[in-house]
Design a protein. Structure first.
Length: 665
């Protein structure tokens, strides 16, 4: 009789494949954005802490290691993972380069440690362990063959000692428990039953400005003293020292390309503006070129490069607007009509956001049959401006384009230029904003502009900093934009401007203002958030030293940000309890740098408020009831604080405290 193998097919049966049995389970890995569909984000030099549930059947002892490498490398580096709670393991690595990394987890059974654990129990119980000792000796012999020189010596000596022990079980236990033997065995032991987490997870590692930046938005043409003579880029350079003196390190320019003439907008968004109306910079393209050209009224490519170099010499980077849209006069309309949506009568649809109409702008149709040509052209445009010195792009309305396009474009650009940063200007639904950040946008506009009450701010900031959003979503808190003059700024006057600037600058590590904020400009079109006489449609001449400006206040706040590393992160935020709905208190800290900041802000620009602020002692590293000295970095005043602290803030005098903890008393 012939016996059938386990794989043989019996009559009427379906042949089954015997699985390769594994014992170890690795799950619940963090960070893993959408299960690893998108990369998490870190900064060069910032530790990436990885956690996972790792366990196996039985009671054998397991080990785990975090494996990581640059995406384009072949071999992994490794750091150990340690068990810290209920089958939860943790390890970390420090990415040292501005590039993409991949990481995974390996786990295995430690046969020697498992044997030693049982051997110890049996010896202490007085069992006869001669057979167990033979098993352990065999394990050590196999490790000697694999070990490096120093470990080979340690393990070899332990073998000699075991053989000389003549089955003295207590003596044998003492030999194999010796720390040097245990450590050498862990290094030299076979990674038995090795399991690896798949798929590999990705990490985008950006340069520091991705997390800490201070933006100033300016229209170059408005940097003039004559409304009938728009400024050039060379003229606009004259404002750069003043912007740098206020502490900004990114100067952001709306589109600087030629502006269309068809349906050119006039003052206050009027249609068919006068012949000399400058038009909206977002209506891109005319006979002088499109996205690759510079408006001749502003100057030349060389003038732009000079502007970039001048800003750089002052410690600022130049960001430009990447707006994927055209005026009716853009060369693309003539050369690639298939890139636009056409009505049944053959005309091209202009942009709308009802009730708003943008007759001077044609949106791009990403469902074009020439999709490849469109994508390659947009990639060419971005690379062209990178070659001209631009490393930061503020992307206009990215939520109206396919998310997959941004994932492709940003990934392609950063594969060659990992230093390039992208800011998503998307005020839209929460899940869409999150998806854009996952697709690769370095920073994101937020709802901060409309979050004013203590509840609104606390709820929103908790979501951004204390949930999985913090792994991929980096907020940039703009106080205002050319499109948004919020009601609190319209109504609250200079106290509101000071209060909102402190909130933006200290809650988020990246924030920005649109020019005119420092002058407390707050005239709006009635019933809207639109600026009256908006700079989007006309040249706006300003007196930058007019009475009532808050330029020095903004400069001081930005100086505080630069001088305190605790304010250069956004996830290290903890809200503190107060007994007033009008005073928001919070802490930020960098314990390894010894920097702890406490902030209290009066959210009411009209009335004085006071409260008792509760600071749990662990926030400042104090014992319960212990006092400590703080300095108000806005005024230089010194106070003694403890667990419970009286705070009084008059918005007309001082809307906030920014307190640095100096020393425990």
């Amino acid at each position: 009789m012939v016996l059938q193998s386990a794989q043989a097919k019996l009559p009427g049966e379906v042949k089954l494949q015997t699985p390769v049995l594994g014992h170890i389970i690795i799950e619940a890995v963090e960070p893993a954005v959408d299960g690893g569909r998108y990369p998490a984000k870190r900064i060069v030099g910032e530790p990436c802490t990885v956690e996972a549930d790792i366990f196996r059947d039985g009671h054998q002892i397991i080990r785990a290691a975090l494996k990581y490498r640059r995406k384009n490398d072949e071999s992994f580096s490794e750091s150990p993972m340690l068990l810290f709670d209920n089958d939860r393991w943790r390890g970390e690595f420090v990415p040292s380069e501005n590039t993409r990394y991949v990481y995974t987890i390996e786990a295995w059974t430690d046969q020697f440690a498992s044997w030693l654990s049982d051997f110890r129990k049996k010896v202490l119980a007085g069992r006869d362990v001669r057979s167990d000792l033979l098993e352990g000796t065999a394990l050590i012999e196999s490790m000697v063959r694999r070990a490096t020189a120093s470990d080979r010596d340690v393990l070899g000596r332990s073998l000699e000692q075991l053989r000389a022990s003549q089955n003295g079980f207590a003596t044998a236990l003492k030999i194999v428990e010796e720390p040097r033997v245990v450590e050498a065995a862990e290094r030299a032991g076979e990674r038995f039953g090795l399991a690896r987490y798949e798929p590999y997870l990705e990490l985008t590692v950006d340069r520091p400005k991705a997390r800490f930046s201070t933006w100033y938005e300016m229209f170059p043409r408005s940097q003039t003293t004559d409304p009938n003579k728009p400024a050039t880029l060379r003229d606009a350079e004259r404002r750069l020292p003043a912007i740098a003196d206020m502490g900004f390190d990114v100067v952001y320019l709306p589109p600087i390309h030629p502006i269309g003439k068809t349906n050119r907008k006039g003052p206050n968004n009027s249609l068919n503006g006068a012949e000399n109306a400058p038009g909206s910079p977002w209506a891109i393209g005319n006979e002088h070129g499109g996205h690759d050209a510079i408006d001749p009224d502003l100057g030349t490519v060389d003038d732009f490069k000079h502007f970039v170099a001048t800003a750089s010499a002052l410690g600022m980077e130049t960001a430009i607007d990447f707006a994927v849209q055209c005026s009716p006069d853009h060369p693309w309309v003539r050369e690639h009509p298939e890139w636009f949506s056409h009505r049944p009568d053959g005309s091209i649809k202009y942009a709308e956001n009802p009730p708003k109409e943008y007759q001077d702008i044609y949106p791009i149709d990403f469902d074009t049959k020439n999709q490849r040509g469109l994508m390659q052209e947009l990639l060419r445009i971005v690379n062209l401006w990178i070659d001209r010195g631009v490393k930061i792009f503020r992307v206009d309305n990215p939520h109206t384009k396919p998310n997959s396009f941004w994932e492709w474009l940003i990934g392609t650009v950063q594969a060659s230029h990992p230093e390039v940063l992208f800011l998503a200007e998307a005020f839209t639904r929460p899940k869409v904003m999150k998806a854009l950040a996952k697709a690769g946008f370095t920073q994101s506009y937020t709802y901060f502009t409309w979050r004013n009450t203590k509840y609104e701010l606390t709820e929103y900031l908790t979501e951004i900093t204390k949930t999985s959003m913090s792994e991929y979503f980096r907020p940039n808190f703009f106080t205002n934009t050319p499109d948004i003059l919020s009601p609190i700024l319209q109504q609250g006057g200079p106290p509101a401007f000071r209060m909102r600037s402190i909130l933006a600058a200290t809650l988020s590590s990246s924030y920005g203002i649109y020019s005119g904020f420092e002058l407390c400009e707050n005239e709006a079109v009635a019933g809207t958030e639109e600026y009256l006489n908006s700079e989007k449609y006309q040249v706006k001449v300003r007196d930058w030293h007019q009475p009532g400006n808050i330029r020095e206040f903004i400069a001081r706040v930005n100086e505080i940000r630069r001088g305190n590393i605790a304010l250069q992160d956004f996830v290290n935020l903890r809200f503190l309890e107060t007994d007033s709905d009008q005073i928001l208190c919070y802490a930020k800290w960098s314990r390894d740098k010894g920097n702890i900041i406490l902030v209290a802000v009066n959210l009411d620009p009209f009335q004085t408020h006071y409260c008792t602020a509760l600071v749990p002692p662990e926030v400042v590293g104090a014992a319960p009831g212990q006092h400590y000295q703080v300095t108000d970095l806005l005024t230089g005043a010194e106070y003694i604080w403890s667990d419970h602290n009286y705070v009084r803030l008059d918005p007309m005098v001082q809307p906030a405290h920014i307190l640095r903890v100096e020393k425990l008393l």
